[in-house]
Design a protein around this ligand. Structure first.
Ligand code: NDP
Length: 260
C-alpha cells in the first residue's frame, strides 16, 4: 500500500450516509465508495436511492460489496436500529457515519410554526444525536470510528427566516465537540463539515430569489456557489486515517464565505 493509500484508503471500511438519495449526501456516498468503503445509503425515496446505488456501481470503484440502499426516516428509532444492525450483519462493523440528512423550513421567526420548528429540530439535531449515540456505542466497543456531522454556515451565523435551522445547526457544532470530548479517547473521531452555499434542492428557494441570490454570490470569494462534489475531499479526509488526530473540529468548506 502506498503512503497516500495508507492515509486515505477506505478499503475494508463500512460507511453509513444518511440522506444519501440526493444533494450533498449523494456526493458524500460516491466519494466514500470511490475510496473503497462498503456503503449503506439511507433515505426515504427508494427510487432515488436506487439511482445513487447505480451511480456508485457505474464509477466502478466501491467496497468489496455493492452499495446497499435502506429506506428509512432518520427520525424513526426502529428504522435506525434496523439500518445499523443490518450494516453490522452484512459487513461486520460500522466504521464511518455521515449524519447528513437535513431539512430547512423558511418563515419569519414571529410566524414560525411549532410544527416546522419541531420537524427541523427532530431531523437536523435530535436524529444526529440518536444516530451518533447508537453507532458511537459500536465504535467505542471496536476502539475506532469516524463520525462526520454535516453542520452549516448557520452553525456560526443566525441567517434570515430560518430560526429552527440555525438553532439545530448551532447545536450540531456543539454536539460534535461534546461527543468528541467523550469519545476521542476510545479512538472515535467526531468532526463536522460546514458547507457553504451549495447547489442542491435545499438552496433552490434562495436561488429563486434574485436579490438574495445576488447578495450571497457577491460575498463568495471563490466566485461561485459550491457543487456537491466540492465536499468529496473533506469527507474522505475526515473518514480516513489522515484525520486520526483531528477531533471535535468543524471544517468549513465554503469558497471563503466565512473569511469574508
Ligand atoms: P437536499 O434537500 O438536496 O437533500 C436532503 C437529503 O436529506 C435527502 O437525501 C433527503 O432524502 C434526506 N432527508 C431529509 N429528511 C430526511 C428524513 N427524515 N429521513 C431520511 N432522510 C431525510 O439537501 P442538501 O443535500 O443540500 O443537504 C444535505 C445536508 O447538508 C443537510 O443537513 C443540510 O442542512 C446541509 N447543508 C446544506 C447546504 C447547502 O447549501 N445545500 C449548506 C449547509 C448545510 P429523502 O427526501 O429522499 O428522504
Amino acid at each position: 500500500m502506498s503512503f497516500l493509500e495508507s492515509l486515505f484508503s477506505l478499503r475494508g471500511k463500512t460507511a453509513i450516509v444518511t440522506g444519501a438519495s440526493r444533494g450533498l449526501g449523494r456526493a458524500a456516498a460516491i466519494a466514500l465508495a470511490g475510496a473503497g468503503a462498503n456503503m449503506a445509503l439511507v433515505g426515504r425515496d427508494e427510487a432515488a436511492l436506487a439511482e445513487v446505488q447505480q451511480a456508485i456501481q457505474s464509477h466502478g470503484t466501491h467496497g468489496s460489496d455493492r452499495p446497499h440502499g435502506i429506506v428509512a426516516d432518520v427520525t424513526d428509532p426502529g428504522k435506525m436500529m434496523e439500518t445499523i444492525t443490518s450494516a453490522v450483519e452484512r459487513w461486520g462493523s460500522v466504521d464511518i457515519l455521515v449524519n447528513n440528512a437535513g431539512i430547512i423550513r423558511r418563515a419569519p421567526a414571529a410566524d414560525y410554526s411549532a410544527h416546522d420548528w419541531n420537524e427541523v429540530i427532530d431531523t437536523d439535531l435530535n436524529a444526529v444525536f440518536q444516530w451518533s449515540q447508537a453507532v458511537g456505542k459500536i465504535m467505542i466497543e471496536q476502539g475506532n470510528g469516524k463520525i462526520i456531522n454535516i453542520a452549516s454556515l448557520l452553525s456560526f451565523q443566525g441567517g434570515l427566516n430560518v430560526a429552527a435551522y440555525a438553532a439545530a445547526k448551532g447545536g450540531v457544532a456543539q454536539l460534535t465537540k461534546a461527543l468528541s470530548n467523550e469519545w476521542a479517547k476510545y479512538g472515535v473521531n467526531v468532526n463536522a463539515i460546514a458547507p457553504g452555499y451549495m447547489l442542491t434542492n435545499a438552496t433552490a428557494a434562495l436561488r429563486a430569489n434574485s436579490e438574495r441570490s445576488a447578495q450571497i454570490f457577491s460575498r463568495i470569494p471563490a466566485g461561485r456557489w459550491g457543487e456537491p462534489e466540492d465536499l468529496a475531499g473533506a469527507i474522505i479526509y475526515l473518514a480516513s486515517a489522515a484525520s486520526d488526530y483531528v477531533n471535535g473540529h468543524v471544517l468549513v468548506v465554503d469558497g471563503g464565505w466565512l473569511a469574508n
